[in-house]
Design a protein around this ligand. Structure first.
Ligand code: HEC
Ligand code: HEC
Length: 290
């Protein structure tokens, strides 16, 4: 008769014990050792590369050089802290409010073990390079950006500028210099996905829309949204439009960027270097007057 409650108690106690044990296990990665145990170990870096391809390259690109959704991880120093411990924490916890998921939240579901995270960090370290020496004139670059090069008519930088193209506030640290240069010299080669909109379930590329309305008005802009029946876009004067497709004379989406090609004639090499220096340096010293 008395055996029952006792059994229930033991059962409860063991459950509590199991939960505590699990909770301790779950909390463990946060108290990970501060130094990477595999530092400089080429074999571990290779294993890390394999895991990186499976779990991270989707966003951070092959070779960790950045992709549509994730920043270039070969850059140093890292925005969220550059020590082994800090990078470990970033990978374990993710970056709340962005597309960077906590460990275990990726499609794989299971998550990486502590050892595997250190392997991935060993890999990231092996492809990192020193901060690039930016030799341009960032003050002049800023003037060009907001002035004669007209970048700010379409791009926002720290809350100032247009909305037709992606916000470039973090482009200078998130994107590789090759990527940035290519985006400016050959805009249509690879359409931006917009880092700032990482929270959207589906990332939308900045596709161009050409529309002719029923009364013959021609409009061009950046696609915002589309379903079977309607299309929404921001035209080149930043007016928002929503049309029933059936009511339009014609409409098309194209992968030709709305951004003009800035070749050497439109933007000489020196001007390009100044603008790139502005984009990179402005972020290294947030709030700094440049
Ligand atoms: C769904 C896309 C996505 C996936 C998958 C992803 N990341 Fe990220 N990651 C991001 C984004 C976006 C950021 C930038 C967050 C921000 O705005 O600061 C980021 C930031 C980071 C940072 C910080 C960079 C810095 O400068 O501080 C590290 C390190 C990182 N990711 C490593 C990884 C690793 C390792 C994996 C795989 C285990 C991974 N990420 C998987 C999107 C992703
Ligand atoms: C007429 C509007 C317009 C102007 C002017 C313009 N851009 Fe763009 N830009 C866009 C649009 C739209 C995109 C997104 C499509 C694409 O990737 O080309 C874009 C994309 C970019 C990207 C890629 C961002 C990413 O995260 O992938 C960079 C970098 C960029 N522009 C830099 C510049 C710079 C620097 C200037 C001035 C020299 C400039 N743009 C002028 C419209 C413009």
């Amino acid at each position: 008769m008395t055996a029952r409650p006792a059994k229930a108690l033991i059962c409860l106690a063991s459950m509590v014990f199991a939960w505590t044990f699990l909770a301790v296990l779950a909390a463990r990665p946060l108290e990970a050792q501060a130094k990477n145990p595999f530092s400089g170990n080429a074999k571990m870096a290779k294993l890390g590369e394999y895991e990186f391809r499976a779990n991270c390259a989707f966003c951070h690109g092959l070779g960790a050089r950045g992709g549509g959704r994730g920043p270039d991880l070969t850059r140093t120093p890292k925005k969220h802290g550059d020590s082994d411990q800090e990078i470990f924490t970033t990978i374990s916890n993710g970056v709340p409010g962005t597309a960077m998921p906590p460990n275990g939240a990726t499609q794989q579901g299971v998550g990486m073990t502590e050892e595997e995270i250190w392997q991935v960090i060993t890999y990231i370290r092996s492809v990192e390079h020193k901060p690039v020496e930016m030799t341009g004139d960032s003050v002049r670059g800023r003037q060009l950006f907001f002035g004669s090069a007209a970048c700010s008519t379409c791009h926002m930088f720290k809350g100032q500028g247009g909305r037709l193209g992606p916000d470039l506030t973090s482009a200078g640290t998130a994107r590789s210099l090759d990527y940035l240069t290519d985006s400016i010299r050959n805009p249509s080669r690879r359409l931006a996905q917009g880092l700032g909109e990482a929270m959207k379930e589906f990332t939308v590329e900045y596709e161009t829309v050409n529309v002719v309305t029923a009364d013959g008005t021609k409009l061009q802009g950046t696609l915002l949204n589309e379903d079977s029946f309607t299309i929404q876009f921001l035209d080149t004067r930043e007016q928002l439009h929503s049309f029933d497709k059936a009511a339009l004379k014609s409409w098309e989406k194209t992968r030709a960027s709305l951004m003009p090609v800035y070749d050497e004639k439109a933007l000489p090499e020196k001007d390009l270097q100044d603008i790139l220096t502005f984009l990179v340096k402005r972020l290294r010293a947030p709030g700094g007057a440049q």
